[in-house]
Design a protein around this ligand. Structure first.
Ligand code: NAD
Ligand code: MG
Length: 405
């Protein structure tokens, strides 16, 4: 990034502004009008929420991936906020991710749909606040190369990775190993089924899976937390962000979600970051970095929390952890295949077409059935993403069990 030559507040694009991370980002940004100016807001097809956000934040651009929804938004804003230019489709997303007037890009689209716009922000040398972990999982080598070559600043929004960044020595640079680090410990709540008898897991519902005990999040990541694929994706994400071999990344169950992750140094010291489970904390950390700014999150009352517990995760309960570790070890397009199969299976579970326990089975079968390619080009990554989606969809269709409504 070329440094602060601007006068006045820094321009920000929020990709996925109507989602859980997007709305939390706007909440923080609104607390700092002298520091940030919203230049662009984007969503998939939720024109109602995007219209409200446009009327409140008056961005220069609003983008909807869905062209019909974009047209309706345009009509709606003609009177209410005529200064907003409405764009549509992936081209619109790419355009606002790389605008000259933008210094910060919050990458908070969920899933593989976020890859191209997140990558575009990196290629444009922005300060990329990365919530869209799937982009890094799919194309880690290409993404980190783009960050390096275009002088982007990559800051993780995932609470665990943001916690690690906070516990690392100063002068963090994404993709570079920090001196003196022995390993990192990623914490995980274990999700809503941590204590559910294994025999019950095939019949749990999407509503139960999305009722996370400590965090309020979008539906896809909520299901990922219940299977712990979320932690599997985060291990892959951490390996790229902090340049760590898989055997230096450990996963710890920590049901209270107060310790957001830890770094262990060569001398045996472990540094942890603690806070309430409120995503405004990592978001404001990355927005303010290296300064500290108000987030709106409540302070942490450790006496009220009382106890902090840590356990080793049970791999029989959480088979997705080993699937993700295997994909990281295999390298190439294996993580992209894993991610694509997971997205298809999670969507099918949310639509009650497969049982919860079929998610891991479908991912495992997709990985077994597809050969892994070199992930040196975006075309290779996207081709295997598409192949894996097709294969996983066939496996979903072949899953006969119906799920209770
Ligand atoms: P969400 O479902 O609440 O929001 C997703 C956003 O992406 C919405 O604005 C939606 O309109 C947009 N979107 C969805 N599909 C799109 C498409 N095809 N094209 C364009 N835009 C599209 O999700 P979320 O919980 O905010 O998560 C967003 C990302 O942040 C995910 O990658 C997730 O893993 C990550 N993350 C979320 C949390 C959290 O607390 N919610 C924590 C850590 C990481
Ligand atoms: Mg996380």
């Amino acid at each position: 990034m070329s440094g602060p030559q601007r006068n006045g507040p820094a321009g920000i694009t929020i990709l996925g502004s109507t989602g859980s991370i997007g709305t939390s980002t706007l909440d923080v940004v609104a607390r700092h009008p002298g520091r940030f100016r919203v230049v662009a807001l984007t969503a998939n097809r939720n024109e109602d929420v995007l219209a409200e956000q446009c009327i409140r934040f008056r961005p220069q651009y609003a983008v909807l991936a869905d062209a019909d929804a974009a047209q309706r938004l345009q009509q709606r804003l003609q009177r209410a906020a005529p200064e907003v230019t409405v764009l549509a489709g992936v081209d619109g997303l790419l355009q606002v991710a790389g605008l000259d007037s933008v210094e910060y890009v919050m990458a908070a689209i969920v899933g593989a749909a976020g890859l191209l716009p997140s990558l575009r922000a990196a290629q444009a040398g922005k300060r990329v606040l990365l919530a869209n972990k799937e982009a890094l999982v799919m194309s880690g080598a290409l993404f980190m190369q783009a960050v390096r070559e275009h002088g982007a600043t990559l800051l993780p929004i995932d609470s665990e990775h943001n916690a690690i960044l906070q516990c690392l020595p100063d002068r963090y640079v994404a993709g570079q190993a920090a001196p003196g680090v022995r390993r990192i410990l990623l914490t995980a709540s274990g999700g809503p089924f941590r204590n559910t008898p294994l025999a019950i897991l095939p019949s749990v519902t999407p509503e139960q899976a999305c009722a996370h005990p400590t965090w309020v999040m979008g539906r896809k990541i909520s299901v990922d937390s219940a299977t712990m694929m979320n932690k599997g994706l985060e291990v892959i994400e951490a390996s790229w962000l902090f340049d760590l071999a898989p055997d230096r990344i450990e996963v710890l169950l920590h049901p209270q979600s107060i310790v957001h992750s830890l770094v262990e140094y060569l001398d045996g010291s472990q540094l942890a970051q603690l806070g309430s489970p409120d995503m405004r904390i990592p978001i404001s950390h990355a927005l303010g970095w290296p300064d500290r700014i108000e987030s709106g999150a409540p302070g942490l009352d450790l006496v009220a929390v009382g106890r902090l517990q840590f356990e080793t995760p049970d791999h029989e309960r959480y088979p997705c952890l080993a699937l993700a570790a295997g994909a990281l070890q295999a390298g190439g397009t294996a993580p992209a295949i894993l991610n694509a199969a997971n997205e298809v299976a999670v969507q099918a579970f949310l639509e009650r077409r497969i049982p919860f326990t079929a998610i891991a089975r479908i991912i495992a079968a997709t990985l077994d059935q597809l050969p892994v390619q070199d992930a040196a080009t975006l075309e290779a990554v996207l081709a295997d993403d598409a192949l894996a989606r097709d294969r996983a969809a066939e496996l979903v269709a072949a899953t006969k069990v119906t799920v209770a409504r």
